[in-house]
Design a binder for this molecule. Sequence first.
Ligand SMILES: Cc1ncc(COP(=O)(O)O)c(C=O)c1O
Length: 369
Amino acid sequence: MSLELERRVRSGIERIEPYQPGITDDELRHRYGLTRVIKLNANENALGPSPLAIRAVQEELPHLHHYPDGASELLREAIAEFHGVTPAHVLVGNGSDDIIKLLSETFLDDGDEIIVPHPSFSQYAFGAHVMRATVKHVPLEAPDFAYDVERLAAAVGPRTKLVYVCSPNNPTGGIMTRAQARWLLGHLPKHVLVVFDFAYNDYSQHPERVREEDGLLDDPRVIGLHTFSKLYGLAGLRVGYGLAHPAVWSYVHRVREPFNVNRVAQRAAAAALRDESHRRASVALAARARSQYTEALRQMGLPHPMPEGNFILVQTGDGRATAHALMQRGILVRAGFSGLDAYVRITYGLEEENEACLAALREVVQHRG
Ligand SMILES: Cc1ncc(COP(=O)(O)O)c(C=O)c1O
């Protein structure tokens, strides 16, 4: 019996590519008879979660029969204090993915437009497609994939509602500078909201990188996105947050599910925020890995753009073939980004994981060469 579902689903849904989960560690071990898999494909924190977060999770477990605090009050207060804003400036979500979707649901009508850099994080376009909005790509050009703010501003039209800026950009790794952000905000019309995705910003030590601390939030069009999935090592719990003028959130709250962040995640995230030493260790680990990779890649003659996050994009010639060859050696990296066929993205791991990855990469490149 045919259900003829293709005639019933809301138009536009057929254009959304279903998310393709990668191969699991277990499958990989089994397929290639490996004893160990090194996972450098999801920009996670190789140090794991903060011990304070783990303790908070354990303490919360006996209370799982209670619903979470729907307003995530304690966590929002902790985030507000951390950033020097009021709790009304903070919205928390089930990962920052949740907030991207909420922003799309709140602001985008059929036929509205969003502007996204390309290549960049895929969820911006996903949110727009769900709402039948149009995605306008503004290319970041090889070899350095730097932001061109004049091109971003020129892409804005009367139907543009959201402009996304990912800094450092996933997967290319470059930042938007403070001066570029100032120029962009000075040239965008009043009706456009600018979403700065700062998922990786704490990893960067670039002195010119744009940050909320530069008065960004004084502009009511600005939304800053953050996540506990990267620096804080809590990807499995799903917590992200946004900072913006309370008027923005007053609308987003209407669309938000009442219990969108579970109680374990709320407690763990608040505890992680208090763990200054874990945060510092995570930043330091990434900084050492950055030097380790850039030096080794220079010796191998493999080009890579500015790597300001906790990952590096490497031009190997054929990204998918490289990722496959590394996978056979027990190392998972990411390839197949739109417009980046020649590249792989490698997440920084522990020092010896990076060594193993670089040794395997050397072997793959020599073998091919
Ligand atoms: C740029 C960027 N923003 C947001 C996210 C999503 O983070 P979360 O795990 O909080 O949904 C990611 C995850 O990879 C990312 O790379």
